[in-house]
Design a protein around this ligand. Structure first.
Ligand code: ZN
Length: 417
């Protein structure tokens, strides 16, 4: 071995130790949990329980769950198809053993019309500044919400998507994996089940909803034990302005960490340790070409974008959480890497961002990339299950592997005989 080779070998060993130490060091300040801390022996990769849990995620199961959601068309909030989708999701959660399921009930009234998206400028931001901060670079193509029924060429789907929103009562469903040693503390893992645009909302946000459901399935297995609790929430009314997440906060923020009834060991609303949102997980074909067309294939350098909001009150904890997820991606995701960005915006983690460390996982950066037209299916009739192939579905699966790995470490998940 040459001196150079020896130095390189030494450096490689130092780096791998550094990665493990970083994982442990990051876990510590997020909450007080430590299983041996830096004194722990190096992990047994072959028998790593987290790796075994991640292996229970499956591309075909993930695809089947997305396909199941698309039977309810775009699942627009305030419609019968949206309510049927909530019922279907609840039935799946029960079948996984994630019981009891619970619902948040609230009332939604459509605010006075501002523009076609209700969010300003087709989700693009102003001038050269993207929503959430950051700058647009390179080629940009138009974005917006399709409101024209005739743009949906499939008459069956067009008929399914025809009934429009009626103001009134809304519901959204969640279930909880109860921690065995700290049941009164939890991470919230979310995706939004409603969609818009006269398609099937397969990617936005069937892909994030299915990811959360698949994690509920894996964590609800009888042989999985966690120290802390995990709540799986399928938000409604995201597309109208994150109203489902806001209703949850309004009803449950003040209940955090309270044992009820006293002495029962039950915590209806465990203390929030972090909020992790999943929104549009599958399509990263790159920047639009100069002529406005897109690469038909997932780009090989596709990545999962983990975003926190640098201007939020919880930015310090949120960015630690984001880097923890990036490190979990390096350890557990099979195909695609993850990148961290500081401009999280326009999703259900937004209402939580000043209350608790909050991040979102997405196929692209929401402001700079989605806002510049990187996803031509976004809120369009082409957001159909049949639009995507396995390279697209696999990006979503890699995000699922990332969150499962990170949440398993953060909650002290183990496999029991
Ligand atoms: Zn969305």
């Amino acid at each position: 071995m040459s001196t150079l080779a020896r130095i390189q070998t030494h450096r490689a060993a130092t780096v791998s130790v550094a990665i493990v130490s970083t994982l442990l060091a990051l876990a510590a300040p997020i909450h007080a949990q430590q299983r041996g801390g830096s004194q722990a022996p190096p992990p047994d990769t072959l028998n790593d329980p987290v790796r075994l849990m991640v292996a229970r995620l499956d591309l075909e199961k993930y695809k089947a769950t997305i396909k199941g959601l698309t039977q309810f068309g775009d699942r627009r909030q305030g419609t019968e198809r949206n309510r049927k989708a909530v019922d279907w999701i609840e039935a799946q959660l029960k079948s996984y053993g994630c019981t009891p399921t619970e619902r948040i009930t609230y009332t939604y009234t459509t605010p006075p019309r501002r523009d076609s998206t209700g969010r300003g400028g087709g989700g693009r931001g102003r001038g050269n500044t993207a929503q959430g901060g950051g700058r647009f670079r390179g080629v940009r193509t138009p974005t917006g919400v399709n409101a024209d029924s005739l743009k949906q060429p499939n008459p069956k789907l067009r008929a399914l998507d025809t009934p429009q929103t009626v103001d009134g009562e809304r519901q959204e469903v969640f279930c909880t994996k109860v921690g065995s040693t700290h049941p009164g503390e939890m991470y919230i893992v979310g995706g939004h089940m409603d969609g818009i645009g006269w398609g099937e909302a397969a990617n936005d946000d069937g892909s994030g909803t299915a990811l959360v459901m698949e994690l509920a399935r894996v964590f609800s297995s009888p042989d999985v034990k966690t120290d802390r609790s995990i709540r799986f929430v399928l938000w409604n009314n995201e597309e109208s302005g994150t109203n489902g997440a806001r209703a949850y906060i309004a009803q449950r923020d003040s209940l955090q960490g309270k044992e009820d009834p006293p002495g029962s060991g039950k915590y209806p609303e465990p203390k929030w340790l972090g909020m992790i949102q999943h929104d549009m997980m599958m399509f990263d074909h790159g920047m639009p070409r100069p002529d406005g067309t897109m690469s038909p294939e997932q780009r090989p350098e596709a990545d999962v974008n983990i975003e926190f909001q640098v201007t939020s009150k919880q930015a310090e904890g949120a960015q630690k959480l984001a880097w923890f997820f990036q490190t979990a991606n390096e350890k557990y995701a099979t195909d695609y890497p993850a990148r961290v960005g500081q401009h999280m915006t326009n999703t259900d983690s937004g209402p939580f961002q000043d209350l608790v460390p909050s991040i979102s996982l997405r196929e692209n950066e929401r402001g700079e990339q989605i806002g510049a037209g990187w996803d031509p299916q976004w809120h369009q009739p082409t957001d159909l299950y049949s639009t995507y192939n396995d390279k697209d579905f696999r990006l979503g699966l890699n995000a699922a592997q990332t969150t499962l790995g990170a949440i398993a470490l953060l909650t002290g998940a183990t496999l029991v005989k």
